[in-house]
Design a protein around this ligand. Structure first.
Ligand code: DGL
Length: 301
């Protein structure tokens, strides 16, 4: 039975959700985290389809409960949230679940030109969830949607290779260039997009590429910090936050490997490289695991 000392579970199709873990760590420094990257099955969003993503989401939630006794699950993946959050809540009603969705609502309020670019996976862009968001907030702004096939995969791959000397030549930079130019005109003038919604957690890690293309004045919106605040609120409501005094006494405020565990169903080396590069975490935080999909019985229940 989970309790306040149990860890917060986080999962993504791969390393993208580490951007959400970064925000969670900042918001909740006394907590313990277990992160599962389903990199062995990434990307989810280009062509996998809803049934596959639902199956993996249920399997991973079950795994994190059974093996790590998580007290809450953060789905740090827009694609998995769009495809599976409702099913997961229906099947595990006693597990608090937080999903992520593209920041379409906040963008509709903050854009001055009322034109907003939204980049995400094909699965997210084509989802009913995004259609509903655009419908609800479309009176305040015009949304320009772009499915960025291959970009999450290229970001996954970039963790397996050493950083190239000339960043201009990277695969991620080429894909960002292609999709940003296909979106249209960015800028502060009438009809131009002054805001870009990063609707995939992986894309936070190519912010530098996007900034180089778009310049300093375009506003980027991602959901790491709001999701971290929402996680705090949900834990508070359920009295599941680690009491700060106990956490300090136990040394949990230090970024020790026991406080953050990262697991992958793919390459251990790639996860270690990503953890080191983006979160400055040591190799011994990381391990490789196998997560089998649930039986047909569980899926149909
Ligand atoms: N990071 C995931 C998201 O936020 C998806 C990447 C993928 O296609 O697997 O949508």
């Amino acid at each position: 039975m989970s309790h306040s000392q149990s860890p917060i579970g986080i999962f993504d199709s791969g390393v993208g959700g580490l951007s959400v873990l970064q925000a969670l760590r900042h918001e909740l420094p006394h907590e313990q985290f277990v992160y599962l990257a389903d990199s062995g099955n990434a990307p989810y969003g280009d062509a996998r389809g809803d049934a596959f993503v639902q199956e993996r989401t249920l399997a991973i939630a079950q795994y994190l409960r059974e093996h790590h006794d998580i007290k809450i699950l953060v789905i740090a993946c827009n694609t998995a949230t769009a495809a599976a959050v409702e099913l997961l809540r229906a099947q595990m009603p006693d597990l608090p679940v937080i999903g992520v969705e593209p920041a379409i609502k906040p963008a509709s309020f903050s854009s001055q030109t009322h034109h907003v670019g939204v980049i995400a996976t094909r699965g997210t862009i084509g989802s009913g969830r995004v259609a509903r968001l655009v419908d609800e907030h479309g009176q305040r702004a015009h949304f320009h949607l772009m499915a960025c096939d291959g970009l999450a995969k290229a970001i996954e791959r970039s963790t397996e290779q050493p950083l190239p000397e000339n960043a201009e030549t990277t695969e991620t930079r080429a894909l960002c260039t292609r999709y940003i130019s296909a979106l249209g005109q960015f800028g502060q003038k009438t009809g131009q997009m002054d805001t870009l919604v990063l609707g995939c957690t992986h894309y936070v890690f190519v912010k530098d590429d996007l900034r180089a293309l778009l310049g300093p004045d375009i506003q980027f919106l991602d959901t790491g910090a709001p999701v971290a605040r929402q996680t705090r609120r949900m834990l508070e409501q359920r009295s599941l936050l680690v009491p700060e005094a106990e956490a300090s006494a136990a040394g949990h405020h230090l970024a020790l490997p026991t406080q953050i565990r990262l697991m992958t169903t793919g390459s251990l080396h790639a996860l270690q490289a990503a953890a080191q590069r983006w979160l400055e975490l040591p190799d011994n935080c990381c391990s490789q695991v196998a997560v089998t999909s649930p039986s047909a019985e569980v899926m149909a229940a």
